[in-house]
Design a protein around this ligand. Structure first.
Ligand code: SF4
Length: 345
């Protein structure tokens, strides 16, 4: 069963199933047709109803990453990976954006929508990897290589985006890099995603810093091998943020959305999934006849798990601590996000 923090009754389960069936898969993410829960008197239903009411009153849109808890994914208007959410943030005409994810995502939304109110349910939800490269690192590489393009994973600080040439996500990195004329690529901050991409561009020379996502980097290949031995018919799908040992064991390597698509479209009945466990929610809903296994050491991002329904409601009500980005910094950082959208399709 999917991870929920408190039990809910069967009647509510049925309602939730209905809600899920109203989700429409649109290419790279999920757009909700969610129109509200009938009043059940249950605590969660009450919170959900209040969120929907506030959302309507304030012309707000809720964006949720696939790594946040399932119940938060359910109340989102749009649910997907970083690229999809960045696209939705760019397109929305809502006045307020509630970003259920980590800080770099909400900051990117603010950079793309400086006039909008951008809120995070928990301002402490940050991605450690975003801080694993610095402008000084970039300056040092620029001083060494004339023909250098700085490619910045969207999981990075705004400051880092101001000194980069283009942003990428794991969904569009290949497409974006194929547009870059330079010989030298400094790929920051994730050396695992960079290491996955580099062999696809043999004419280029990739350079890295020592950045990684702790959730994906520290998965243990021996645990995965044990799972594979236990489930020999299972297909193995991993995120490119995983370490090379994990990638070498995988039948499929792709973004969070890519993994969902792979599981949806592949005939196999069993899958070993090597990315953050929040995707289990969507995988199981989309594929009731399939079984998904995760490593015993659960890949859980503690920052994504800071987001809760209660916090979504609270921030919608109090508007506390909205995302602010200095306009001059935002203008500089925006260039590499805009270029990503132009080149990434
Ligand atoms: S899963 Fe990894 S990359 Fe994503 S927010 Fe958490 S620490 Fe950052």
């Amino acid at each position: 069963m999917v991870l929920y923090r408190f039990p809910f009754p069967l009647s509510l389960l049925n309602t939730r199933d209905k809600i899920f069936s109203n989700y429409e898969f649109i290419e790279t993410g999920y757009r909700s047709q969610f129109s509200g829960l009938p009043g059940t008197g249950w605590r969660m239903s009450s919170i959900v109803e209040q969120i929907l009411e506030e959302k309507r009153k304030q012309n707000a849109v809720i964006l949720a990453h696939l790594y946040v808890d399932g119940e938060v994914q359910e109340i989102a208007d749009f649910c997907g990976d970083s690229y999809y959410l960045s696209q939705m943030a760019q397109k929305t005409d809502a006045e307020t954006i509630v970003f259920c994810g980590v800080e770099f995502m909400a900051e990117s939304a603010k950079i793309l929508n400086p006039e909008k109110l951008v809120l995070m349910p928990d301002r402490a939800a940050d991605c450690p990897m975003a801080h694993m490269a610095t402008p000084d690192d970039v300056a040092a590489f620029r001083a060494t290589y004339d023909d250098l393009s700085v490619v910045c994973y969207i999981n990075s600080t705004t400051e880092l985006k101001t000194v980069s040439d283009v942003c990428v996500t794991s969904s569009n990195a290949g497409k974006v890099i194929s547009n870059i004329p330079n010989k030298h690529i400094l790929f920051i901050p994730d050396q695992n995603l960079g290491g996955f991409l580099a062999p696809q561009f043999p004419d280029k020379e990739f350079h890295f810093v020592d950045g990684y996502c702790h959730v994906h980097n520290f998965m243990d290949p021996s645990e995965v091998e044990a799972l594979m031995a236990e489930h020999p018919d299972a297909k193995v799908a991993c995120h490119p943020e995983c370490n090379p040992g994990i990638r070498a064991l995988s039948d499929y390597i792709g973004s969070t959305t890519g993994i969902l698509k792979y599981a949806n479209e592949t005939d196999a009945k069993e899958f070993i999934i090597l990315t953050e466990i929040g995707v289990a929610h969507r995988l199981r809903l989309d594929n009731p006849g399939k079984t998904f296994y995760f490593p015993e050491t659960r890949p859980v991002c503690p920052n994504m798990k800071k987001v809760s329904l209660e916090k979504v409601l609270r921030v919608l009500k109090d508007h506390k601590d909205p995302i602010e980005v200095d306009p001059d910094i935002a203008e500089k950082a925006k260039n590499c996000l805009i270029k990503m959208h132009q080149w990434g399709g």
